[in-house]
Design a protein around this ligand. Structure first.
Ligand SMILES: [Ca+2]
Length: 105
């Protein structure tokens, strides 16, 4: 193994780690939010439960892509992924569809 290879490996690891950590952090955050909203712990968020979070209530039909009247963990995670609120501003308008935040390069 040459020094160049070692440096390349370290750089690759350095780039990969924050990405993995970031993805895991987002997933955990969405998961915790989902559980907090699922008041009766039946595994889905219905309209009554959604009112606890104004942003979720406003975007309910958008999140509930399959129009089942319930938000599944998958629906919620997908919505969290595209909506990505800047901070924790519940009044952040989530109605307009947004393109996923993909780095330009
Ligand atoms: Ca529920």
């Amino acid at each position: 193994m040459t020094l160049k290879t070692v440096v390349a490996a370290i750089m690759a690891a350095g780039f990969a780690l924050p990405m993995v950590a970031g993805a895991a952090g987002d997933a955990l955050k969405a998961d915790q939010k989902f559980e907090a909203l699922d008041a009766n712990k039946d595994g889905v968020i219905d309209r009554q439960e959604a009112v606890a979070d104004p942003a979720v209530a406003a975007a309910f039909d958008q999140i509930d892509a399959a129009r089942t009247g319930e938000i599944t963990p998958e629906d919620f995670a997908a919505w969290e992924e595209v909506s990505k609120p800047m901070d924790s501003k519940p009044e952040h308008p989530a109605m307009e569809p947004k393109t996923p935040a993909v780095p330009a390069n």
